[in-house]
Design a protein around this ligand. Structure first.
Ligand code: UGB
Length: 446
């Protein structure tokens, strides 16, 4: 009985190749009993049966190693390919002032930064295809709402995982992407203590799977991807510059992002992939991530629930170089526009390719209590603050970006103060979630 249960799990009731094979084998073995007339033919039939069983078992192990996705893929087919091609086609002519449009594969497109970047690319006429696994790290309905928004602008988002090499290979078969904007990741500094393997799955294994697909693609795309301010870890030289040491991570999240920088360097070195890593500094704004402090502080304040404010050693306030999403989007698009070409073909490097790393911060750190005070002003509600010593959970006391390099090479110039950015966030939050008590007053106030 137990064996049957396990098989049901492996081969779900939806019709699939394996199930057909299995019932085919069972039917065939029934016929065998009736057909055996002599010992000689019986021996031959027995041999045949052994061969069929072996074929079936090896087919089954293939299903296992492909995590069953092989048989349940929700992608593929002519209609799907047409959607992918349409979405990937740039809508500005090569002779336009901005030059030929890019064709960009955006991973994590239903995520916060991914959705904003996809939309910005589409709006200026580039082709965009998204991929996202819609995992439940935070409310997937928010990711689906972002996908709906993208869909209304003609951006198609594939429901799939970057660990699915076959899917990635198919996407590169269908479209010769010029660029990959890789933003899919397991985010969050503190969650790494709860679910460490999710960081390895997305930020290490997923990254390698994506780079493998990029190095095999012909033409190879240029890659721009999200690293993190957290790679500075325990570095205490401020402001953080790209030249500072990054070998003292304070969290597993940071360690996987740092590993990502080393891994991308390897692919740049061996295969000639053009790589640009962007160290984002606590990005916030409309359509943001509900796991981030500014977001759930807003929710709790509005609901009259307490918030926990961490404080550093010797009662020093924690501070972050909070960076507004629109500034980060401009920096990310500039990174795509200035990324040099990858040089490899057929999985072989043909010459040196660019490898770049930039800080994308705001250069003006703000303390967490000041963040709370701004939210209180925007929301016109006093927060119930519960101040506690920062637990040893991977947090660092402060972040502060030196952005000289990004300014010089990308023309990056953040323009949004935390006060201004949070106003925009709160306005979006209220329009998205609605809030019966005093919504009108908020609208007028904002
Ligand atoms: O720059 C990054 O690379 C990272 O930025 C973001 O991490 P952080 O800077 O840690 O942002 P966030 O969680 O909003 O905490 C903000 C502040 O509130 C404090 N904080 C937090 C929670 C709480 O309950 N209380 C509190 O005081 C907390 O101690 C901290 O001082 C992204 O989440 C991460 O994915 C990564 O992209």
């Amino acid at each position: 009985m137990r064996v049957v249960d396990e098989e049901e799990e492996l081969y779900p009731s939806t019709p699939g190749k394996v199930k057909v094979e299995r019932s085919g084998a069972a039917a065939m073995s029934g016929q065998l009993h009736r057909c055996f007339a002599s010992t000689g033919t019986m021996f031959l039939w027995a041999l045949l049966l052994v061969a069929m069983t072996a074929t079936y078992l090896s087919f089954r192990s293939l299903a296992d190693t492909s995590s069953s996705r092989y048989f349940t893929a929700s992608w593929g087919g002519l209609h799907w390919e047409r959607q992918i091609r349409a979405s990937a086609s740039p809508r500005r002519p090569p002779w336009s002032a901005e030059g030929a449009g890019l064709s960009v594969l955006v991973t994590g497109a239903a995520g916060f930064v991914g959705a904003h970047c996809s939309l910005a690319l589409r709006k200026r006429g580039d082709g965009v295809v998204g991929i996202d696994n819609f995992n439940s790290y935070y409310d997937p309905s928010l990711k689906k709402a972002r996908r709906a928004l993208l869909g209304s602008h003609g951006v198609f988002v594939v429901d799939g995982d970057i660990n699915d090499g076959r899917l990635l290979a198919k996407l590169f078969d269908v479209v010769p992407f010029t660029h990959v904007l890789h933003l899919a990741a397991q985010a969050g500094v503190r969650y790494a203590m709860e679910n460490p393997s999710s960081y390895v799955h997305s930020n290490i294994a997923g990254l390698v799977s994506l780079l493998e697909a990029c190095k095999d693609a012909d033409p190879q795309p240029a890659i721009v991807w999200a690293s993190s301010s957290s790679v500075y870890g325990l570095n205490d030289l401020v402001p953080f510059s790209e030249a500072h040491r990054t070998d003292l991570p304070a969290s597993l999240y940071a360690a996987t992002k740092k590993a990502g920088e080393e891994i991308t360097h390897t692919y740049n070195h061996i295969y000639g992939l053009s790589v640009t890593g962007l160290r984002f500094f606590t990005v916030y704004g409309p359509w943001g991530r509900p796991d981030m402090a500014y977001f759930f502080f807003t929710r709790n304040i509005l609901q009259g629930k307490p918030i926990t404010v961490y404080r550093g050693r010797d009662h020093v306030d924690l501070a972050r170089d909070f960076t507004y999403i629109d500034d980060v989007v401009r920096g990310s698009l500039a990174a795509l526009d200035t990324a040099g070409r990858s040089t490899g073909t057929g999985g072989k490097k043909r010459g040196p390719a660019p490898y770049r790393i930039f800080n994308l911060g705001n250069t003006s750190p703000v303390t967490v209590p000041t963040l709370v005070a701004i939210l209180e002003r925007c929301l016109m509600v006093k927060a119930k603050k519960h101040v506690v010593e920062m637990p040893g959970n991977g947090d660092v006391p402060f972040t502060h970006a030196n952005i000289s390099l990004a300014r010089e090479e990308l023309g990056y110039k953040p323009t949004t103060s935390l006060e201004m950015g949070l106003k925009k966030f709160v306005r979006w939050y209220l329009s998205y979630y609605g809030y019966n008590r005093g919504t009108h007053a908020f609208r007028n106030h904002l």
